[in-house]
Design a protein around this ligand. Structure first.
Ligand code: PLP
Length: 445
């Protein structure tokens, strides 16, 4: 099946007991055992079935199968948020004293997790100076357990060379973890380029309506954990916390996701509710159509901003002058990203006036809603970072991040236009002298 079809039918035909065509919401905590032997067999993972909704649930299981299929992965695990997904994805392959290497252009809270939370749990994260593979490779040592990137960085809008990063990771016997939240599997399927694990905030474009938090971890099933048992003993040694289970023996190619569910979801419980799984499934049904419109509107808005004299610079990977143009050709099939950043002429003050004057476009910290959304990262999502960390993450003081929605594009542009008028004084509207250099990007390395 193609992505458009998987988004609607993946992981579900009709309900086996009632023949319901819509995925039922199994709003239950527990599932009855036929008898003591049945309960024991379920706990021993000898028979398929459900025991307790912190571990698995039939509604959530449909979402897991659908997200795995969309990404071309073997299996998926859904959790309560994108942050939980990123956290579990890293915890599942690290131990005290080990490290992962990450690109620096990250969503703000992922940066907080990496720079402050994980180190307190005994796992250090080495943030490279640049998202380029050669900078990542320099930081890998014998304690490294994975490479992490966002396929499209939020908010920097950079596009990572997933294939080259996977090559570097595999050369050192470690997996590549890709946060594919911004790209979605409609624009890019990282597993096709060698990624081993894909994580998602389903809260964004996947759910698509700004109503429901959720996260997913997708296992490609391709990383040879057994071959690299010295680095990753947790998958192939008996686990005393699960009466001696050996994950590579029991779950075979799905050892990574099997362990993530059996250890982290079971013991720390960042569980997705069945109602949330249902709402996310509803959203995913239309993802292909929505992303197509997001992309189309995004290009029109980027073109409007580029031509407008009240705008200082625009960072949009779809422009020929963008440093990410080539990567957008390769990984996004030449499509631009509906997430873009720009600076209003007149700097921070004018940027704030513009932001305050928006009427249709919502001021908030979210992306990927059907609605157009604007954010000022320096004062919100990336506020806790030092000036140097902000620079590395591609965040400048005046930067506005726009997540272009699927409203009529003339209404989106109309709102930008009136807010720019309110923000920029006549003298600031004069054409810039070196406009050609400024129109595409914020000079990220
Ligand atoms: N990853 C990326 C790229 C994000 O943009 C976000 C949130 O904006 C997250 C992860 C975290 O997702 P959630 O808000 O669902 O925890």
């Amino acid at each position: 099946m193609r992505s458009e079809t998987i988004a609607i039918h993946g992981g579900y035909d009709v309900d086996p007991t009632t023949k319901a065509v819509a995925v039922p919401i199994y709003q239950t905590v527990a599932y009855a055992f036929d008898n003591a032997d049945h309960g024991a067999a379920l706990f021993n993972l000898e028979v398929e079935g459900f025991r307790y909704s912190r571990i698995s649930n039939p509604t959530t299981a449909v979402l897991e199968r659908r997200v795995a299929a969309l990404e071309g992965g073997l299996e998926a695990l859904c959790v309560s948020s994108g942050q939980a997904a990123v956290h579990y994805a890293v915890l599942n392959l690290t131990e005290m004293g080990s490290n992962i290497v990450s690109v620096p252009m990250l969503y703000g809270t992922t940066h907080t997790l990496f720079a402050y939370v994980l180190p307190n749990q005994g796992v250090s994260v080495r943030l490279a100076e640049s998202y380029r593979p050669e900078y990542i490779e320099k930081l890998i040592d014998e304690k490294t357990r994975g490479v992490f990137c966002e396929s499209i960085g939020n908010p920097a809008g950079n596009i990572c060379d997933v294939e080259a990063l996977a090559r570097v990771a595999h050369k050192h016997g470690i997996p590549l973890i890709v946060d594919n939240t911004v790209a979605t599997p409609i624009l890019l399927r990282p597993i096709e380029y060698g990624a081993d694990i894909v994580v998602h905030s389903l809260t964004k474009f996947m759910g698509g309506h700004g109503s429901t938090l959720g996260g997913a971890i997708v296992d490609s099933g391709k990383f040879p954990w057994k071959e690299h048992a010295q680095r990753f003993p947790m998958f192939s040694r008996p686990d005393p916390s699960y009466h001696g289970l050996v994950y590579t023996d029991h779950f075979k190619d799905a050892a990574y996701i099997g362990r993530c569910r059996s250890v982290y979801l079971r013991a720390t419980g960042s569980v997705l509710s069945p109602l949330s799984a249902f709402l996310l499934l509803q959203g995913i049904e239309t993802i292909a159509l929505r992303v197509e419109r997001h992309v189309e509107n995004g290009r029109a808005v980027a073109e409007f901003l580029r031509k407008d004299r009240r705008i200082e610079w625009v960072n949009y990977a779809g422009f020929l002058q963008s440093p990410y143009y080539e990567l957008a050709q390769k990984y996004l099939g030449g499509r631009g990203c509906p997430l873009m950043t720009f600076g209003v002429k007149g700097g921070f003050q004018a940027g704030t006036r513009f932001y305050d004057a928006l009427k249709l476009i919502k001021r908030l910290v979210n992306i990927g809603d059907a609605k157009s959304l604007a954010c000022h990262p320096a004062s919100t999502t990336h506020r806790q970072m030092s000036a140097e960390e902000k620079r590395q993450a591609g965040v400048t003081p005046e930067m506005i991040r726009l997540s272009v929605g699927i409203e009529h594009v003339a209404d989106i542009i109309g709102d930008l236009d009136q807010a720019l008028d309110a923000a920029v004084t006549r003298s600031e509207k004069q054409p810039s002298t070196n406009r050609a250099d400024q129109e595409c990007c914020v000079g990220l390395s």
